[in-house]
Design a protein around this ligand. Structure first.
Ligand code: UTP
Length: 295
C-alpha cells in the first residue's frame, strides 16, 4: 500500500445511498431519504450538481432495495417530456437531471453493512483511479462548492482528502473525528482518525463532513475490514489505516453544511435555502417572521 497511484484526475464519484433512513420513517418507508426534496430538488440532486461543478463525469450510485427512484430521477422521462412539450411547457427545469448515457452506474449493496461496505461494493466500477465520495444527506452549500474546493486542493497535494468542519466539543461523539497535524490555510494534515469517539477522548473537534477524495487502495483495506463502531463496516477505520502510507489531508470547507440526515438539520436547510432563493426569499422571510412572532 506504500505506492501512491500517479496523480490522476478525479473523474468518478460514489454516492452511497443504500442506508435505511430510519430517522425519517415513516416518510422513508417507500421513498429513499435522498429523494426527499429541499424545496423543489431532491437531496441527491444537490450532491450531483456539486459533483458536476467539480468536473466529475461518472456517477456511481450504491443503492439497495426500494431505491430505484434515485436512478429514475436521472433517467430520460419520455412521456413526461412529450406531454410537457405538447403543452408548451419549458423543459429546462429537467436539465439538471440529464446525465450523459453511460455516465450513471448503479450497483447494489445487498445488505446494509455500513458506509465502508457500501463503498467497497463500488470497487469494480471505481477500478484503479482515485475517486470522490458524496454522502448526499450532508448538504454542502458554498461558492465554490465543497468538492470543487477539494479537487483544487487535490491538484496541489494529491493523496487522500476529506472535508472537515468544526463543531462544539460536546457534539464530537456522533461523528468521525480527525487528529490534526500541520495546518496551512484551509488544509490540515491528518495524523489520525477515529469514528464516534467519547467526548473526552476525541483528538479534536474537527469532524469529517461527508465529502472524500480517496485513492483506490482503500478498496483493498475495506476488503479486509472487520466490523467497527455501531456494528457496521466503517469507512473511517479503513481510511485510518491509509494514514502514514499515503498523503492524507483535511480541507475545511469555506461554505455551509446542513445535516439533512437529521430532522432539525433538514428543516434548517429548507429554510436557509428558501431564504437564499430570489424567487421566494421575501415571501418565506415574511412567513418565518410571522410564525416567530406568534411564538
Ligand atoms: P447514515 O447512517 O447517515 O444513513 O449513513 P442511514 O442509515 O440511511 O440513516 P438512518 O441513520 O437510518 O436515519 C450515511 C450514508 O451512508 C449510506 C447512507 O445511505 C447515507 O448516505 N449507507 C449507510 C449505505 O449506503 N449503506 C449502509 O449500509 C449504511
Amino acid at each position: 500500500m506504500s505506492e501512491i497511484s500517479p496523480r490522476k484526475p478525479i473523474r468518478k464519484a460514489v454516492f452511497p445511498v443504500a442506508g435505511l433512513g430510519t430517522r425519517f420513517l415513516p416518510a422513508t418507508k417507500a421513498i429513499p431519504k435522498e429523494m426527499l426534496p429541499i424545496i423543489d430538488r431532491p437531496l441527491i440532486q444537490y450532491a450531483v450538481d456539486e459533483a458536476r461543478e467539480a468536473g466529475i463525469e461518472q456517477l456511481i450510485f450504491v443503492t439497495g432495495r426500494g431505491k430505484t427512484a434515485i436512478v429514475e430521477h436521472f433517467d430520460m422521462a419520455f412521456e413526461l417530456e412529450t406531454t410537457m412539450k405538447d403543452r408548451e411547457k419549458a423543459l429546462d427545469v429537467l436539465e439538471p437531471t440529464r446525465i450523459q448515457p453511460g455516465n450513471l452506474v448503479a450497483v447494489r449493496q445487498q445488505v446494509p453493512l455500513g458506509l465502508g461496505h457500501a463503498i467497497w461494493c463500488a470497487r469494480a466500477i471505481v477500478g484503479d483511479e482515485p475517486f470522490a465520495i458524496f454522502l448526499p444527506d450532508e448538504l454542502m452549500i458554498g461558492t465554490p462548492g465543497c468538492m470543487k474546493q477539494m479537487v483544487e486542493a487535490y491538484e496541489k497535494v494529491g493523496g487522500n482528502l476529506i472535508s472537515v468542519l468544526e463543531v462544539p466539543q460536546e457534539e464530537v461523539s456522533s461523528y468521525g473525528v480527525i487528529a490534526p497535524g500541520k495546518r496551512e490555510g484551509d488544509l490540515t494534515e491528518v495524523t489520525g482518525l477515529v469514528e464516534k469517539p467519547r467526548r473526552e477522548e476525541a483528538p479534536s473537534n474537527l469532524i469529517i463532513s461527508g465529502r472524500y477524495i480517496l485513492q483506490p487502495e482503500v478498496m483493498r483495506v475495506l476488503e479486509k475490514q472487520s466490523i467497527g463502531a455501531g456494528g457496521e463496516i466503517q469507512l473511517t477505520d479503513a481510511m485510518a489505516q491509509m494514514i502514514g502510507q499515503q498523503p492524507f489531508h483535511a480541507v475545511t470547507f469555506g461554505g455551509k453544511r446542513y445535516d439533512c440526515g437529521s430532522k432539525a438539520g433538514f428543516v434548517e436547510a429548507t429554510l436557509a435555502i428558501a431564504l437564499q432563493r430570489e424567487d421566494m426569499a421575501d415571501e418565506v422571510r415574511a412567513i418565518a417572521q410571522r410564525l416567530l412572532a406568534e411564538g
